[in-house]
Ligand binder design. Structure first.
Ligand code: ATP
Ligand code: MG
Ligand code: MG
Length: 367
């Protein structure tokens, strides 16, 4: 936990243009970093101050190089398009000594951003219009980063969406069966084994040069997009910790996995799990309206695979953690990770049933 004095000493390291007031209550609903709001003493301006989770992100300096590089690039694009760079991208506040982050005496790493005012941050898909807005905003983000040199980015989490590697890790956990849980999951094991070839589809297309390596966000949940409170327009893509070289199918797919259904990620009752093809279509149209122009037919088709594979991969990760004893994902009940895995697999099965339609939606008449 973060004490007020620790927070205050971190805040004192940044160039906020004067002293700031701290509040030790966490702000927002992030699950990875510790997020706080600090105000200038005269209340003229507030900022986001975050302690980076260095268990997850072991190289915070490299991570901040990514964030600074990407936001600098976005700022130039937004200016060229006549937008407002103060609101439409994160703006990193440097430390008083000119660094991008502050390393505290306990080994913590901190960073600060301007607070993007007058926005809303949705936790769930409330309306089709909002989901479309999120899609447009993420598509635009991808488009603005089209010419960013992906190879200069640090890989902040190694092999994040390397699905064959996730499969291999599952196989290792299964072979070890450290807690004797494999006997409880024979049908799930069968489900995964039947899809070993699927795990390779996207990386094979990349290796064959059929789809491009891009700069991707890799955590495209709706609460990582801020929406203008007055107009309902998409404003700013936030939470850039996992910006890395990747595939558009990853970002598209993870949004579909998390947004195009009506259930909680850990829904235990599989009869309540429904992949929503209509919401998929809503998202696809929004995304392609901003990102589609630069995408080939093959890349558009890869988006449908992204939905399937990001969901399969996530289920594989939950089940791997179940086999290994629930070390990675926090659990609130026994079999929590098993429920999570089953929910993902139910979604995968439903996507498979309508996969031809999913392809047609992202690539109508092969265009
Ligand atoms: P996640 O669980 O999605 O990985 P996280 O722990 O990495 O989240 P962030 O998404 O960076 O944390 O921030 C948490 C929340 O704080 C956001 O969902 C948003 O509500 C708010 N927030 C973050 N940055 C800003 C900002 N610059 N302006 C306004 N609100 C912000
Ligand atoms: Mg977030
Ligand atoms: Mg995050």
């Amino acid at each position: 936990s973060v004490t007020l004095s620790l927070l205050q000493s971190a805040a004192n390291a940044f160039d906020f243009g004067g002293p700031v007031l701290c509040d030790a209550h966490h702000y927002g609903e992030g699950h990875i970093n510790d997020t706080f709001v600090v105000w200038r003493e005269d209340h003229s301006k507030r900022f986001i101050l975050q302690r980076i989770n260095t268990d997850t992100f072991t190289n915070p300096v490299g991570l901040m190089e990514n964030v600074c590089g990407v936001t600098r690039h976005l700022r130039a694009k937004i200016l060229a398009e006549g937008g407002d760079p103060a609101r439409e991208t994160l703006n990193v506040i440097p430390t008083l000594s000119g660094s991008t982050c502050y390393l505290d005496a306990d080994g913590g790493a901190w960073r600060a951003y301007d607070f993007v005012e007058d926005t809303i941050c949705l936790q769930q898909v409330g309306s089709e219009a909002d989901f479309r807005t999120v899609a447009e905003t993420l598509g635009k983000f991808q488009n603005q980063l089209e010419d960013y040199p992906a190879s200069t980015l640090h890989e902040t989490i190694a092999r994040f969406h390397d699905t064959p590697n996730r499969y291999a890790n599952f196989e290792k956990a299964l072979a070890a069966d450290a807690l004797g849980r494999a006997k409880n999951i024979t049908s799930e094991i069968e489900f995964i084994h039947a899809r070993e070839q699927d795990c390779h589809v996207l990386l094979d297309q990349l290796a064959a040069g059929e789809i491009p390596l891009r700069v991707t966000h890799n955590d495209t949940k709706i609460n990582n997009v801020l929406i203008d409170a007055a107009t309902g327009k998409g404003i700013c893509v936030i939470d850039l910790d996992t910006v890395m070289p990747g595939l558009s199918a990853y970002d598209f797919g993870d949004s579909i996995r998390t947004g195009a259904n009506d259930c909680a990620e850990d829904e235990p009752d599989q009869s309540k799990v429904h992949f929503d093809l209509h919401l998929y279509e809503v998202f696809a149209k929004g995304y392609l309206s901003t990102a589609g122009a630069s995408m080939s037919i093959a890349e558009k088709k890869s988006l449908a695979w992204g939905a399937r594979l990001m969901t399969l991969e996530c289920g594989i990760r939950f089940l791997t953690d179940y086999l290994e004893g629930d070390h990675y994902f926090h659990i609130a009940r026994p079999d929590h990770n098993l429920d999570r895995a089953r929910t993902q697999f139910t979604l995968v099965r439903q996507m498979e049933e309508v996969f031809d339609q999913m392809l047609e939606i992202v690539c109508p008449d092969n265009h």
